[in-house]
Design a protein around this ligand. Structure first.
Ligand SMILES: [Zn+2]
Length: 354
């Protein structure tokens, strides 16, 4: 990953950690096939590969090589996807699994990464909102639903900065706007109009953050919470749990209030009581409440070295998918995928054979 102010390896680690929480703390991971869970994490890790730090709008305005290559259609996301495909081929990532499983893996990663283009956001939100109005809609009934769920989980993770505790959320904002303003400066130098969020001379970060949380982040996390609730309602084993996502919504409200306070010149001190409430909520979530301890860990390491992902997070995965992921799928001494799947088949869907 290039060393951009925002789109760098730290963002990738952060997004992957959030993906972990949204799938594991909700126990959705228990309902996924191992190949789907593996694809979900690889999709998160690869979603911004070789990001140049300049947006699709810039690429298209400048008619860069990427814009020309993809005819202006999600040039960055298509580039990230092509980088994944090249890396997967170079390291024979899928060499040890059956063709049908490899195809399923690529299908999920493709849909997830393309969905991160915010130009596709409104259409995706309309699609899932319309689906959820049908009371019989089961997001985990088939592969189409799973793909949509995982795409939304990655979209949530990709803009999850404001779901972190206030001090961490603020530090993310600093680097997001550093990258935005650098692009705005380039536009200004080119004599183009500068987008409001990229204009360092006029943008108010507090005001922008309130709008971003209210109109983009919160509705997206609310949709994910609704999907989790629907899964829980339709899950006769009562496995899926939406409370970790509701905890995210709580933090979003709290952070939005703090930006509003700052906007109105009010003090944001003495708000520890709100964090105590948050801790109490995390305790209620119990063993599903991975979001709270992970937030603490993020807070701890954000100023220093990134965590050892496998030790801190994958080590906590309870389902046998973890073993599949860490020891089998990516290992040259991989156990047969069919053997692994057979051990789970009584509890899971059957993948398409073609
Ligand atoms: Zn990203």
């Amino acid at each position: 990953m290039p060393n951009n102010p925002y789109h760098n390896s730290r963002h990738v680690t952060d997004v992957t950690q959030c993906m972990y929480t949204l799938l594991l703390a909700t126990k959705v991971a228990h309902r996924l096939e191992p190949i789907e869970l593996a694809a979900a994490f690889v999709g998160a890790i690869c979603h911004d590969l070789d990001h140049p730090g300049l947006s699709n709008t810039w690429q298209n305005n400048e008619q860069t090589e990427l814009a020309r290559k993809y005819d202006g259609e999600s040039p960055l996301e298509h580039h990230h996807l092509d980088e994944f495909v090249a890396l997967a081929a170079k390291y024979d990532l899928l060499g040890n699994i059956e063709p049908a499983q490899a195809a399923r893996f690529k299908e999920i990663v493709t849909e997830m990464i393309l969905a991160t283009d915010m130009a596709r956001h409104a259409k995706l939100m309309e699609k899932i909102t319309a689906s959820l109005t049908d009371k019989a809609f089961d997001p985990m009934h088939d592969e189409v639903g799973i793909n949509l769920l995982l795409a939304i989980a990655l979209k949530c993770s990709d803009i999850s900065n404001q779901v972190r505790p206030w001090t961490v959320a603020n530090r993310w904002n600093a680097v997001v706007y550093e990258e935005f303003y650098a692009e705005g400066d380039l536009d200004r130098a080119k004599g183009r109009a500068v987008a409001p969020l990229q204009d360092r001379t006029s943008n108010d970060v507090n005001k922008s953050s309130v709008g971003f949380i209210r109109f983009i982040v919160k509705p997206l996390f609310q949709i994910y919470a609704d999907i989790m609730k629907r899964c829980a309602d339709l899950d006769d084993r009562s496995m899926v749990d939406s409370r970790a996502v509701e905890e995210c919504l709580y933090i979003l409200d709290d952070n939005m209030q703090r930006y509003e306070n700052a906007l109105n010149g009010m003090d944001n001190e003495n708000t520890e009581a709100q964090f105590e409430t948050l801790d109490a909520l995390a305790d209620q979530v119990g063993d599903g409440g991975a979001a709270a301890p992970n937030c603490v860990e993020i807070n701890h390491w954000f100023g220093g070295s990134p965590p050892n992902f496998r030790t801190l997070y994958l080590g906590q995965i309870e389902v046998d998918s973890a073993d599949f992921w860490t020891n089998r799928l990516l290992s040259s001494s991989s156990r047969s995928t069919a053997e692994n799947l057979a051990s789970k088949r009584s509890h899971t869907r059957t993948l398409k054979s073609g």
